[in-house]
Design a protein around this ligand. Sequence first.
Ligand code: AR6
Length: 175
Amino acid sequence: MDHHGASLEAVEGDITTELVDAIVNAANSSLLGGGGVDGAIHRAAGPRLLAECRELRRTTYPHGLPVGEAVATRAGDLPARWVIHTVGPNRHAGQTDPALLASCFEASLREAVRVGARSIAFPAVSAGVFGWDAAEVARIAVTTVRASPHLEDLDLVRFVLFSPATHEAFIDALG
Ligand code: AR6
């Protein structure tokens, strides 16, 4: 088979320990931290991550990072080299358009390639505090990544899921 482009896989685990070039953070528009995976990433990365995020707010994103967009910083004390912050749609705030969530995955891949990353790990963006169903997130994530033009510039796309049920949803979506 003529194979080119990244491998896709789903594992259960804590994304902060992933030894990939870039991990994706399910952030909020403030970029200044929060709960869930965002809180875990900031705790594990240490103060340099927050300092870089504050600098982004001072410069490029004075009004915050819009939903569906993504931006990279260095990763502080994490084993990864980059953190790619993306803001998923918040279902509890009426943000129910799947295109917004697809945009998070596509924009994150684009940002990864821009900084020269070859491997990237994603959490289940919007499947926690932001209230999306994990199976729907999994379907959108897998469909978007598989269709991305950036896949050919990457070696590995790994979904890192925090619970057995979410892991199962991604295994099902990967078929
Ligand atoms: N590694 C991998 N996945 C994790 C980890 C971890 N260490 N911790 C949690 N998850 P959430 P959202 C899973 O709520 O829905 C924050 O306050 C979690 O089980 O982190 O996009 C932000 O600041 C779930 O499956 O992100 C925003 O305000 C998935 O990550 C808001 O929450 C996403 O859950 C973003 O909400």
